[in-house]
Design a protein around this ligand. Sequence first.
Ligand SMILES: [Ca+2]
Ligand SMILES: [Ca+2]
Ligand SMILES: [Ca+2]
Ligand SMILES: [Ca+2]
Length: 317
Amino acid sequence: MRTTRIVPIVVLLIIAGGCGDQRTVSTEPGQLSPMLDQASPANPGSKITFFSFRDVGFEVYVMNSDGSQQTRLTEQPGFDGFPAWSPNGRKIAFSSNRDGNREIYVMNADGSEVTRLTNNPAFDDQLAWSPDGRRIAFQSFRDGNGEIYVINADGSEPTRLTDNPAADNFPDWSPDGRKIAFNRTDGSGDANIYVMNADGSELTQLTSGTARDRAPAWSPDGRQIAFHSSPDDDFLHTEIYVMNADGSARTQLTLGPLNDAFPTWSPDGTKIAFGISTDGSFEAFDTYVMNADGSDLVLVATKAANPDWGRGHLLVP
Ligand SMILES: [Ca+2]
Ligand SMILES: [Ca+2]
Ligand SMILES: [Ca+2]
Ligand SMILES: [Ca+2]
């Protein structure tokens, strides 16, 4: 069905809503070093990367997790978005159409040394690093509908992990590296969270029902998966949920008429950052942070979509 191909893109554009300007940015003492390359215990590297239309087009940015020191990393006319930290915090992968169609790229965390990893006329997007930093999972339409692929971090050995007429997208690797969660959208527009082994075997459906469950994000301890869903089957109203990694104990964390989407966990698992879009476009997403139980919601950055919270400080450089 035609909608199979269209839905994942449409969903990205449709997530809508509105939010009051309750900016309560907290500024903590001891700002982080801008030398992101030096990920180490001494440099917490608690950074969030995101993309925004605020300046010259869709570009990739980085900021401290409190919203301070927002810095643009890309600058070119085309789309640059969906950034994701490498596990050690030294690189950021992202997608861009700078070479004519959407491809996966990687750059240093300061924006230097941009390298293209894919080269295919199809739409390649929505990426996630393996915890060992050796591979990147992403969504590609190169076989006609959304599938999850994986490449080595240098772009070699593209391998298809899913093969289904539905649209598979938004992969996220489990912290132990053994599994990949993603969402599958069928021809009716329904979406559910699935998990499979990192080689594509042993596919398991974690959610069901008419609510459209998307964008899974594993907690750092691997026990839970956050995601966004439309509880009333309405694209224009999504909320943040969390469930156990086996699909049990589904819990709604946010409540309201707005569009809360694309969660990412803090490195210590105590907080979740996500976006709220005010008019249905990625241009309108603001990034908020809340406690992992849904309490203490704080706006940290306006015009900041699809946050990804780096975990590089957890690793020895
Ligand atoms: Ca751009
Ligand atoms: Ca491509
Ligand atoms: Ca598919
Ligand atoms: Ca569903």
